[in-house]
Design a protein. Sequence first.
Length: 260
Amino acid sequence: MLKGRVALITGSTGGIGRVMAEKLAAQGAAVMLNGFGDAAAIETLRNRIADEYGVAVAYHGADMTKPDEIADLVASTERELGPVDILINNAGIQHTALCEDFPPEKWDAILAINLSAAFHTTRLTVAGMKRRGWGRVINTASVHGLIASVEKSAYTAAKHGIVGLTKVVALETATYGVTCNAICPGFVGTELIEPQIMARAAETGGSREDGIRALLAAKQPSLTMVEPEQIGDIVVFLCSPAASQITGIALPVDGGWTAQ
Ligand code: NAD
């Protein structure tokens, strides 16, 4: 379905982003990987996706807090793979603390990676999508783009911000064959929530599994983690012709969290 398309996925060396990259490659898209991690492991991932799906796969280690590196990421994608047709703004970090205890440098980093980076990648790619008459911008927001939780001031502010950015870009691209949507997952079992799991485990005096159960019981009515594969399949759906009239939405994928 996506043969000939080029997808840039930020934060795709691990977690949800890696699965998104694989799902898009499986549909025939060339993919640009981005993120941190062990160089050899990233090279193995790059080769495996290329071999398994027969598509071009590149990697760029841009730090998403740095606008000049983001510009280089986009330029490298265009040089190595071609113009960006599918932009997935997925890189994200978390830090939890009460507002009065929140380290200002953590606030700045969360706003930079989880929000401003998406502005930069979008500003650098969306004109080309409009010119070519086809494009997909998909932002990994969170349930925290729609509602709040204690100790997540920066994350909630950034994710609410990216839902707002999503709506504006959707309006500005609506007549150009370009859509822009946000996906709002509840808890997904990745590295990002590991500190929260372990904090719950410590609170309950139980195991890591007890920590997971407590975390889900507090927020996610399905009592089941969202799978990265499910988010990846939703990304593929949003790139499909069936979704060409879906734009500007913030789609909860949260086991009922935001229905409460
Ligand atoms: P993860 O920690 O497993 O992966 C994050 C990815 O981002 C990694 O590839 C990492 O190297 C990369 N990254 C981190 N800082 C970076 C930086 N400065 N520059 C470039 N890359 C950077 O996390 P995840 O759970 O896969 O998170 C992906 C997205 O999903 C994030 O935006 C996160 O907020 C969102 N999300 C996650 C959950 C969850 O429960 N895990 C829920 C809702 C939303």
